[in-house]
Design a protein around this ligand. Structure first.
Ligand code: COA
Length: 464
């Protein structure tokens, strides 16, 4: 039985900080954000928004767009790393909000959990729900998998340059109009690591940025190698002499803590895949230098990062490689469109990969390309750490779903925050009722109880 993504709903808070202004305020060269990291704007939540209401807003949008009733939904999963309760799952809050619109107990029949594994958990949730559908357990119902996060880092930290907020709700069923997952090829890798984590009670993560970037590349590469084995064994991809698996993946979406990480990851994977092929010789000739090797090729991530001579040579090699016509072709045709959304919105943790997919669909469709039958490959990464690589094929009904996709219209009129406003919200100095924007047709957070017997209980309101 087929299973895949039928439609996508998106909710991005309309407040934002301008990356160039923000860089100046932090004494950083604006070119580092705009060119170095690929960030133009970062979406920020208002005082009356939390990850649960972002998730509910994304769900409501996809349900309304498709005229769905709660009876059509059999499962509702929320994947997040911005949880605010150690026990009560975020999807229960979302159900509560949706029932304000659809009637109390209207989702009573529905099941689901909150999933956690940094930025990769949404991909595990998609996989588990696709298998629920494949197993015939869905009995004609849809699953909603919602990825929702607020990427918030300490003021003045290097992570502060890579923030953002938003939610994406994916509607899954057995006759998807958009993307049908390739079966029996999903591949994972996992390792106990401390590259990025958020201990209990802490609002912002502890991040080892450069370590995390390298670990991301290694983990996704490991998962890609496992995917390759499975794809060849399943016969969905057949390689001739001198070909790479990437030649058969039309579009690639990567986890995007910031937009340029997509390019970095693509370069790393392409280098790995092409290294043993005849085409590599020509590329090395063009680059004019041999590919650098660390002093200890079997060393740890720390030893590679500490090998400053290798790191600097490798940086130089990557820069030259990404300028070659061969890489530029792959970059422009397979990944560039997926990076636009991230540039406009910033880091969405669990939702970053899917914002990339959403962005690729919109901007490739605008180019007039016929996407039917094209294969999308996904490289998902979550710190801590695990990667998942999987793929799917664009379905004949895709045009109906994506013809009206427009990120700018779907975000709505945005408001730029001053540095003062941003810092007040960031440091929770502004009261919840002192919100900057009044949204229509959306859920907002109105209260968090403080009396001991109700501590932490949240109340939401639908602004109709
Ligand atoms: N003009 C143009 N580019 C510039 C520049 C300037 N003035 N200054 C720096 N850059 C470029 C750098 O060359 C680099 O590009 P490259 O990677 O292609 O070489 C990029 O900007 C970033 O610079 P870097 O020195 O690496 O930045 P940093 O040490 O501040 O760290 C992050 C950047 C992304 C690692 C950091 O912001 C971070 O940790 N963010 C959180 C990421 C995260 O959450 N990861 C975990 C989940 S995956």
């Amino acid at each position: 039985m087929a299973a895949g993504i039928d439609d996508i709903g998106i909710y991005i808070p309309r407040l934002y900080i301008d990356a160039a202004d923000f860089a100046k305020a932090r004494g950083v060269d604006p070119a580092k954000l705009v060119k170095g990291l690929g960030i133009s704007q970062m979406a920020m939540v208002d005082t009356n928004q939390d990850p649960a209401c972002l998730a509910a807003n994304a769900c409501l949008r996809v349900m309304k767009k498709n005229n769905l009733s709660p009876d059509d939904i059999g499962r509702l999963y929320v994947s997040t790393e911005s949880a605010f309760d150690e026990s009560k799952a975020m999807n229960s809050y979302v159900i509560g909000m949706l029932e304000q619109v659809y009637g109390s107990d209207s989702f009573e029949h529905c099941g689901g959990v909150e999933t956690k594994f940094a930025c990769v958990s949404g991909s595990y949730a998609l996989y588990d729900n696709a298998n629920w559908i494949r197993a015939g357990e869905a009995e004609g119902k849809n699953a909603l998998v919602v990825v929702s996060d607020i990427a918030k880092y300490d003021l003045g930290s290097s992570g502060e340059l890579t923030q953002g907020a938003g939610a994406i709700a994916m509607l899954l069923n057995d006759n998807p109009r958009l993307l049908s997952f390739d079966s029996k090829v999903t591949a994972t890798s996992i390792k106990d690591e401390y590259d990025f984590y958020r201990p209990f009670g802490k609002e912002t993560p502890i991040v080892h940025g450069q370590y995390s970037n390298l670990l991301y590349l290694i983990q996704v590469k490991t998962a890609l190698m496992a995917y390759k084995k499975k794809a060849l064994a399943q016969g969905i991809i057949k390689l001739k002499e001198g070909e790479s698996i990437l030649d058969y993946i039309d579009y690639i979406c990567m986890h995007l803590p910031y937009s340029n990480m997509g390019k970095k990851a693509l370069a790393y994977l392409v280098r790995h895949e092409w290294r043993g092929l005849p085409r590599w010789k020509k590329i090395i000739e063009k680059i004019g230098m041999e590919e650098p090797v660390p002093k200890d090729p079997r060393g740890t991530i720390e030893s590679v990062l500490g090998d400053t001579e290798f790191m600097s040579k490798d940086h130089e090699f990557t820069k030259l490689f990404t300028k070659t016509e061969e890489f530029q072709d792959v970059y422009e045709s397979k990944i560039a469109s997926s990076l636009i959304g991230s540039t406009m919105i910033g880091n969405l943790y669990t939702a970053s990969l899917y914002l990339g997919f959403r962005s690729s669909l919109e901007f490739e469709f605008q180019k007039g390309i016929d996407l039917e039958g094209k294969r999308y490959g996904f490289g998902s990464y979550g710190s801590g750490s695990s990667a998942m690589v999987f793929s799917g094929i664009i379905q004949p009904g895709y045009k109906e779903v994506i013809k009206d996709m427009n990120l700018e219209t779907e975000i709505g009129p945005r408001k730029k925050l001053s540095l003062e406003e941003y810092e007040e919200i960031h440091e929770n100095k502004r009261s919840r009722t002192d919100n900057i924007l009044d949204g229509k047709e959306e859920f907002v957070l109105v209260d968090i109880k403080t009396i001991p017997e109700q501590r932490g209980e949240r109340r939401y309101h639908f602004n109709g």
